[in-house]
Write a protein that binds this ligand. Structure first.
Ligand code: F3S
Length: 425
């Protein structure tokens, strides 16, 4: 791999042992990928904090959080002192919501250990955003900006909706990038892999959040990890719709980049979206495809008594919370059901100030932060049947927890929470 003088100096320890370990990790990782160089990044999203009982025991045995960071973030058995980050760095979601320990089944010791770890990450200079949607709470990369982000739903949003550049990174590579401002220069950092490979012609209006989730799920299932180009979009989708679209496409498949002709920044035209490529295959998406996709996602549902309604995958925007309050104000969550809405901490603070949290809680629901049911594996006790407005969560939750899942609109989900029954398709 070609290295600049600055990179060689970092590798050779000029900036301390932790930066040398980070550079060594990036060089090994980049060479395994076939990257010829590293690219500078000043925007990193990853996971730094320690959250598991195993990590707590490791920290106790090995002498603290530097030992955990060395082992789990830098792949180093040697314990190095961890410096402040050099790149603007944001923390992604956790495996639990530390503010709801009872619901999460968390011991007091783990919450205390996490709090120490969070304080240590903040001291390093990491922004404690704790969300899968950093782009809605202060970290909005610009077009062409090279980033190093984890979390598939965020990666596809950043590449496609914002035109910034990242691959789906891991805990170790993002930690190394935080310390060095470097990441291997391959994949979606380069021009050619960003060009379209498969073409979708829309025969129907795709408008609601549910519609966009269904289209994303159908596309991901078909193209897997290639780059779809969609033509025929009518009303321009807003942030929540693109969020649900990308999240669905990256869960039924592994889509990390898409183009919507006339909407997304690298697809002013069909020709621009494909560049030198010709579509490998073209498919049409109409009412039949949409109905079949809905039936496929809902194949995991059979019992109509709903125990739990989960909203907020990816984490809800303030607009979505506002919509939920409009749907539920003056109603009550059914005695046999529960409603948990997941959102970033920063948006929860706004929901508190706007009075939305009070409305949700008066109805019997809860606003949760930092995680989700798939990540935390936590649902209300006895949950067997779940209702969701997220195709991504409907894809994962039955596989992770063995529950039945119904997927539909937000209004159908709120109705299910209040009636205790799924009345959708
Ligand atoms: Fe976020 Fe959990 Fe969905 S981390 S994207 S809410 S699976």
């Amino acid at each position: 791999m070609r290295l600049s003088d600055e990179e060689k100096a970092m590798r050779d320890g000029d900036q301390g042992a932790a930066v040398a370990k980070a550079m060594d990790l990036l060089i090994r990782y980049g060479e395994a990928l076939g990257a010829e160089s590293l690219v500078e990044t000043r925007n990193v999203c990853g996971t730094v904090t320690a959250t598991t009982p195993f990590m707590r025991d490791f920290a106790l045995a090995q002498g603290g959080l530097d030992a955990v960071f060395s082992e789990f973030n830098l792949d180093s058995a040697e314990v190095v002192q961890v410096p402040k980050v050099r790149a603007f760095s944001s923390h992604l979601q956790l495996g639990f919501d530390p503010h709801h320990p009872v619901e999460m089944g968390l011991s007091e010791q783990i919450v205390e250990f996490y709090k120490k770890s969070e304080a240590s990450a903040a001291k390093m200079g990491v922004q404690i955003l704790n969300t899968c949607t950093p782009y809605q709470v202060g970290n909005v990369p610009t077009r062409g900006e090279h980033c190093a982000w984890m979390e598939s739903s965020a990666v596809v949003y950043v590449n496609s909706a914002l035109g910034a550049r990242t691959n789906a990174e891991g805990r170790e590579s993002t930690s190394a990038a935080m310390l060095t401002c470097r990441i291997p220069n391959w994949g979606y950092h380069l021009d050619a892999p960003r060009l379209g490979t498969h073409a979708v012609e829309l025969d129907i209006e795709v408008d609601t959040v549910e519609d966009w989730g269904l289209l994303g799920y159908w596309i991901g299932d078909w193209v897997q990890d290639r780059v779809p180009v969609v033509r025929g979009v009518g009303r321009v989708p807003n942030l929540p719709k693109l969020k649900h679209f990308g999240a669905a496409a990256s869960s039924s498949g592994g889509v990390e980049m898409y183009h919507l002709v006339g909407v997304t920044p690298e697809a002013n035209s069909w020709e621009q979206a494909f560049g030198a490529n010709r579509p490998i295959e073209t498919r049409r998406y109409g009412a039949r495809e949409r109905a079949a996709t809905r039936a496929r996602i809902n194949a995991m549902g059979s019992d109509r008594e709903v125990d739990y309604v989960m909203l907020g995958c990816p984490h809800y925007t303030i607009e979505q919370i506002w919509e939920a309050t409009q749907l539920i104000e003056g109603r009550k969550v059914h005695a046999n059901s529960a409603l948990w809405i997941w959102t970033p901490r920063a948006i929860k603070a706004l929901a508190d100030r706007n009075g939305y949290t009070a409305i949700i809680e008066a109805a019997g629901g809860k606003i949760m932060t930092d995680s989700c049911s798939a990540m935390s594996r936590a649902v209300p006790p006895g949950t067997k049947v779940v209702a969701l407005d997220s195709a991504k969560q409907a894809h994962y939750l039955p596989a992770i927890l063995g529950v039945q899942a119904w997927f539909g609109s937000t209004a159908q989900c709120i109705d299910a929470a209040c009636s205790g029954r799924w009345s959708g398709a």
